[in-house]
Ligand binder design. Structure first.
Ligand code: AMP
Length: 282
């Protein structure tokens, strides 16, 4: 496994591989790796000759400085996991490599409201940071395929939009959510939870799982109220549940009339913010 920290070294490597006709798969991460990240790598390994994983905790997507400070960093362990999973290349740049002082600032993309709902409503500026870093990483790595998790539904939807608006020759592959046996979605933030909180947090998955059935009989508003109540009962502090059109991310009024519906939720427990989602109709 190769480890590159410099943009120039990574670019040289990729150029050499491409000149041999090899295809490149790229999975960007912020480290503190778990099976969800490894699923991206595995998906890449199935269809690409060379699989690259980046580890970069991007400051520009954290609207809360405390969250950035507390974000788990487990670089040594991450490298062991990636080596074990037969990753070809790890790209671990410093902030100054990704955002050199002399760089030309990319104009802000109009995300046509995709960034204003759900996560965007609670984390102002978050998606500007995400778009900025993914665009920059794609310009560096120039992969054929980009692997992202369904876990961050709004994120992959926005990146898909960016790829099409910027006409980037990259194919986005979305990898299903990897969960704990309890149903809790794997997340780097889970390590900050006590055993008790991990148990309580399974209420998010349980609540999401009940929605599909419930929405055959009750309204969207009633379903949202029931979901929030069930989370509160379990000891969580629900932030939002959005039952939205999977393409526009706009809230759905009449569930029966839609044909692509996703339920996205965020909730707090022990000062940790967890997100999850479930596709209800596709
Ligand atoms: P992160 O390191 O949290 O920024 O995540 C990096 C990538 O891994 C993103 O595309 C995430 O959607 C994806 N990811 C994180 N957790 C999971 C999971 N439990 N299942 C599938 N993909 C995931």
């Amino acid at each position: 496994m190769y480890l590159f920290k410099k943009v120039s070294d990574l670019k040289k490597f990729v150029r050499a591989q491409k000149s041999e006709g090899k295809t490149i798969g790229f999975s960007p991460t912020m480290g503190a790796l778990h099976d969800g990240h490894i699923a991206l790598l595995s998906a890449s390994q199935k269809v690409c000759d060379i699989s690259i994983v980046s580890i970069f905790v991007n400051p520009s997507q954290f609207n809360d400085p405390d969250d950035l400070k507390k974000y788990p960093r487990t670089e040594g362990r991450d490298l062991v996991l990636l080596e074990r999973a037969a990753c070809d290349v790890v790209f671990m740049p410093g902030v100054e490599e990704v955002y050199p002082a002399n760089r030309k600032e990319m104009p802000k993309l109009d995300l046509q409201g995709l960034d204003k709902v759900m996560e965007g409503a609670f984390r102002p500026g978050h998606f500007d940071g995400v778009v900025q870093v993914v665009k920059r990483l794609l310009d560096i790595v120039e992969p054929d395929k980009l692997f992202m998790g369904q876990k961050d539904f709004q994120q992959f939807t926005i990146i898909d939009f960016m790829l099409s608006v910027c006409q980037m020759p990259v194919q986005l592959v979305v990898v299903p959510i990897v969960r704990e046996p309890s149903g809790l979605a794997k997340s780097s933030r889970n390590v900050r939870l006590s055993a008790g909180a991990r148990k309580k947090a399974t209420a998010i998955y349980k609540g999401l799982s009940e929605l599909k059935n419930a929405l055959e009989h009750i309204t969207v508003e009633e379903a949202v109220t029931n979901f929030n109540e069930s989370l509160k009962k379990a000891g969580l502090d629900p932030e939002y549940l959005s039952i939205a059109n999977g393409k526009t991310l706009r809230p759905v009024k009449d569930y029966q009339k839609e044909n692509y519906v996703v339920a996205c939720a965020a909730a707090w427990i022990e000062g940790v913010r967890l997100i999850d989602n479930m596709i209800l109709k596709q």
